[in-house]
Ligand binder design. Structure first.
Ligand code: GLP
Length: 247
């Protein structure tokens, strides 16, 4: 794993945006795997600036997102569909028809899970996957478990995740209890992974993810087995790793 330690969140975001832009320049038909949460917001902002400046063209690119809440439709402001369109897709020159998220309102969830994996495969797999890190070590919504998930799956969110994500909702009761998430297979089959982590509250779980035992109890630890991961983390998130002299 290549580790880039940055001074702050903004520097982390610019680094991640540079790598994503480089990917779009090198392969204009790239399939990007995108993530939500607060961590990628700065990266998306930097990409919008590059696109507006004419430095990167997304017109031939395609995207798939990691996850979506079950039960929320795209016009719900808390849905990841809404988040992606608001914070990125509507502000860059990507064709909306080339952007994809799991459908949280699908009538037949099992069919939706299979269709999502088939969709990713039909586009030739993910060229670059952007990942954030949950406080319990989740990537996408792959929560700690006794096994690693394979394909796209429907998960029950943990109390820690519901608690962490309640800040986006009117009340904790409004946080959906289930989500559809891409599984470890599609994440691990991405040709390149850019893993962004910020803030002191992630320091412990980042250390466990990158240097701890590879275990489904810490889902992100599987990234240690991927051949092309670039971790970009700010000093606060890197605190324990730095203190132990590991980077
Ligand atoms: C959510 C998303 C994850 C994301 C995580 C961390 O649960 N499903 O993909 O990595 O939150 O979010 P944040 O960046 O806000 O800490």
């Amino acid at each position: 794993m290549k580790i880039i330690k940055t001074k702050c969140y903004d520097e982390m975001s610019r680094h991640a945006a540079n790598i994503i832009a480089a990917q779009a320049i090198i392969k204009p038909t790239s399939l990007f795997g995108f993530a939500t949460g607060s961590t990628p917001l700065g990266t998306y902002k930097a990409l919008i600036e590059k696109n507006k400046a004419g430095d990167v063209d997304f017109s031939g690119c395609k995207t798939v997102n990691l996850d979506e809440y079950v039960g929320l439709s795209g016009d719900n402001e808390q849905s990841y569909y809404y988040y992606m369109h608001k914070n990125l897709f509507s502000q860059i020159n990507i064709n909306p028809a080339n952007t994809h998220l799991p459908n949280g309102k699908a009538k037949d969830i099992d069919a939706e899970l299979k269709a999502y994996d088939a969709l990713i495969a039909s586009m030739g797999g993910i060229d670059l996957q952007l990942l954030g890190l949950g406080h319990d070590g989740h990537i996408g919504f792959n929560e700690p478990a006794d096994h690693f998930s394979k394909g796209t799956n429907c998960v029950e969110l943990t109390e820690m995740t519901i608690e962490a994500n309640k800040r986006f909702f009117a009340s904790i009761d409004d946080v959906p209890r289930k989500a559809i998430t891409m599984g470890m297979r599609e994440i691990m089959q991405a040709k390149k992974i850019v893993f962004i982590v910020s803030g002191k509250d992630k320091a412990e779980i980042l250390y466990k993810s990158v240097f701890g035992k590879i275990t489904p109890e810490v889902p992100a630890s599987i990234l240690q087995l991927h051949p092309d991961v670039t971790l970009i983390a700010d000093e606060a998130a890197m605190k324990i790793i730095t203190e132990k002299g590991l980077a």
